[in-house]
Write a protein that binds this ligand. Structure first.
Ligand SMILES: Cc1ncc(COP(=O)(O)O)c(C=O)c1O
Length: 420
């Protein structure tokens, strides 16, 4: 594979998705932003949409806005996200945070398996998911055994280990589809099948997958899923998350939060809770309309780009990045902490180095590159194929190389900042 800068520019010229970059606010052309898997860039259409929501809908229409599109926004935007994840329009709703949605679905799932005691997950799952499982068990009086499987190679837990752990006492198997540190992608169909054969439910966290790779929740017979919208969906900082419940399960499951937006005939204002039919029962309180409005234009952009084309570009770009790593950074002591095989990798690549934290700081402070850092020694380079260029990847590797060769990172302390 050719690796030089001219080749990167040639790939950008041939890129059928290249025009989508102009849809995003890019104030500083020399900034290389590789943090799309933590916070995506701002689409220009979102700026315009928020202007309209604030100025016209809130400013002029006032309370009438609820009847003019606000009330149905969680379902409407959920139906669009459904197209990205292989689900039916009425199986997805946008609400609350990923953590809150995860908790709601864990509690709802466990209630359907009252005689079982096993919850299975893995140690490199996102910490919030692990804490929430502990919290669910605490609320159940410690009735459950939360089994946290160890990632043998640090990247993932093998299919065999998961298959051996799931048993007839397992109520729930929950995994993050693309692991947040390594970018490893679990085989959704195989893992779901393992759980189903034992009579357990599955709950997938799609936060690092949605918008980056095609998903087929219906085809894989997934029961439950959650995901965030501020990474590859570019919904903005703290944007509401989504949850998915397979249609046949919706009326069997009850959210643990009996808020009025989950209530059947909400505006009858009756005194007793009766859950709304379908996915709406997983809402809780009044949706955050400004934050919801910011998600929709970006989801539209991804649908226009097409998730298959985005995935093809993402694979080409992570392959290019790994080839550059091998040529330029591996000789300097950087390790590849992500899978080598493209089909087992999401859209971020983690590179390890004993001085990763200081390298990360030097990149941000003096090289105008924004990756992100994950303890203890990972620099994550998140490729958002809707706006990342091959030339950005080439230049980022060159700047990382300079930070190491010129020992620029030595100027920084090893103290961890409050937020990484
Ligand atoms: C895989 C994964 N799950 C859950 C979360 C938590 O999301 P939230 O802060 O929206 O609850 C994150 C946040 O980055 C994440 O990456």
């Amino acid at each position: 594979m050719r690796l030089d800068a001219d080749y990167a520019r040639a790939l950008d010229q041939q890129d059928p998705l290249a025009a989508f970059r102009d849809e995003f606010v890019i104030d500083d052309p020399s900034l290389i932003y590789l943090d799309g898997n933590s916070l995506g860039r701002l689409p220009k259409r979102t700026q315009a949409r928020l202007h309209e929501v604030i100025g016209h809908e809130w400013g002029q229409r006032l309370i009438r806005g609820w009847g003019e599109g606000w009330f149905t926004a969680p379902q409407r935007i959920g139906a669009k996200i459904a197209k990205l994840i292989g689900a039916q329009p009425d199986e997805v709703i946008v609400t609350d945070s990923t953590s809150v949605n995860f908790f709601k679905l864990v509690m709802a799932a466990l209630a359907t398996r009252p005689d079982r005691h096993g919850i299975i997950t893995e140690a490199i799952n996102f910490p919030s998911d692990l804490y929430l499982l502990q919290g669910a068990n605490y609320l159940a009086g410690g009735k459950y055994q939360v089994q946290v499987l160890r990632a043998e190679d640090g990247l993932s837990v093998s299919e065999g280990t998961i298959a051996a752990a799931v048993n007839p006492d397992t109520a729930l198997l929950t995994l993050t589809h693309t692991a947040f540190r390594s970018g490893y992608v679990y085989d959704m169909a195989a893992m779901t099948d393992i759980a189903h054969r034992a009579g357990a439910l599955t709950l997938w966290d799609l936060s690092h997958s949605v918008g980056a790779l095609p998903l087929d929740l219906n085809g894989c017979k997934v029961d439950l899923a959650v995901g965030c919208t501020y990474k590859y969906l570019n919904g903005g900082p703290g944007a509401p998350a989504f949850l998915y419940v397979r249609r046949e399960l919706q009326d069997q499951l009850t959210s643990p939060i009996w808020g009025w937006f989950a209530q059947k005939a909400q505006f009858d204002m009756g005194p007793d809770f009766t859950p709304a039919p379908g996915i709406t029962r997983f809402l809780a309180g009044t949706p955050n309309i400004l934050a919801l409005a910011a998600i929709e234009p970006s989801v539209d952009l991804l649908l226009e780009a097409g998730i298959e084309r985005l995935r093809a570009k993402s694979i080409a770009q992570t392959e290019y990045l790994i080839a550059l790593w091998e040529a330029e950074l591996a000789p300097l002591g950087m390790t590849l902490n992500s899978p080598r095989e493209a089909h087992k990798r999401g859209s971020h690549v983690s590179l390890g180095h004993p001085d990763a934290l200081r390298i990360d700081r030097a990149l941000i402070e003096e090289m105008n590159v924004i990756p992100d850092f994950r303890y203890p020694d990972n620099i994550r380079l998140g490729i958002a194929p809707i706006y990342t260029r091959f030339a950005d990847i080439h230049e980022a590797v060159e700047r990382i190389r300079r930070v190491i060769v010129e020992r620029r990172y030595e100027r920084y302390t090893i103290e961890r900042p409050d937020v990484t």
